[in-house]
Design a protein around this ligand. Structure first.
Ligand code: GLP
Length: 242
């Protein structure tokens, strides 16, 4: 894994936004995998700023988000659909038909997961997958477990993950859905290049285990050690235990 260190979360976000702009300039039809959570918010702000300055063009790009809550319709303001609209989709020139987010309110969730896998394959696979990481080591909603799912699937959320997502539900943990749809480990690891971003001291222990520890389903992010082109971009606080 290649590790890149930045003094602050803002510097990390600025550098990654410029890197995305560079990738898009080289490959306008880039297929991007995108995360939600607090960590990518500064990145989405920087991407919007580059767009406002005419320095990035998403017009031919395609995006696939990692995950979505079960039971929330795309127009629900607490959904990851809404999060993405708020932070990125409404602020840049992505074509709506090429932004993909799992539908957590689909009548047949198994079919929705299969549809998503097919859509990724039809797009030619993911070129650049940007990832956050949960403090418990989850990526997407692949939670620590005795065994992991390869493909897009329905999963149950751990209490810590529901607490971490309560900010989308007026800080009411009880309102956070217990289940979600998520890309699987293979879906994520098949991306040609992966950039995991982590900021803040609360991620330092997880980052240390992810980079220095064993590859284990008890820390799904550790599987990135097996990827040929995985990068971990950290601020100083997240790197403080390395
Ligand atoms: C959620 C998302 C993950 C994300 C994680 C970390 O659980 N499903 O994809 O990586 O949050 O969130 P944060 O960036 O807020 O720490």
């Amino acid at each position: 894994m290649r590790i890149r260190l930045f003094a602050t979360p803002e510097q990390l976000a600025g550098a990654l936004a410029r890197e995305v702009a560079r990738c898009l300039a080289d490959h306008p039809r880039l297929v991007l995998g995108l995360p939600t959570g607090h960590t990518p918010v500064p990145l989405y702000g920087q991407l919007a700023a580059l767009y406002a300055q005419g320095r990035i063009d998403f017009s031919r790009a395609t995006t696939f988000n990692l995950d979505e809550f079960v039971g929330l319709a795309p127009d629900d303001p607490r959904s990851y659909h809404a999060f993405m609209r708020r932070h990125l989709f409404s602020r840049v020139n992505l074509a709506p038909r090429r932004t993909h987010v799992l539908n957590g309110a689909a009548r047949n969730l198994a079919r929705e997961c299969e549809r998503y896998e097919r859509a990724i394959a039809r797009a030619g696979g993911i070129d650049l997958q940007i990832l956050g990481v949960g403090a418990n080591g989850h990526i997407g909603f692949n939670e620590p477990a005795a065994a992991l799912h390869a493909r897009t699937h329905k999963t149950s959320l751990q209490p810590a993950t529901r607490r971490a997502n309560a900010f989308l539900f007026d800080d009411r943990v009880a309102a956070v859905p217990r289940q979600a749809l998520s890309m699987g480990m293979e879906t994520i690891l098949h991306a040609r290049r992966v950039v995991l971003i982590a900021t803040g001291r609360h991620k330092a222990a997880c980052v240390q285990r992810m980079i220095r520890g064993m590859v284990t389903p008890q820390l799904p992010a550790s599987f990135l050690q097996l990827h040929r082109h995985a990068e971990v971009w950290l601020d100083r606080a997240a790197a403080s235990r390395l």
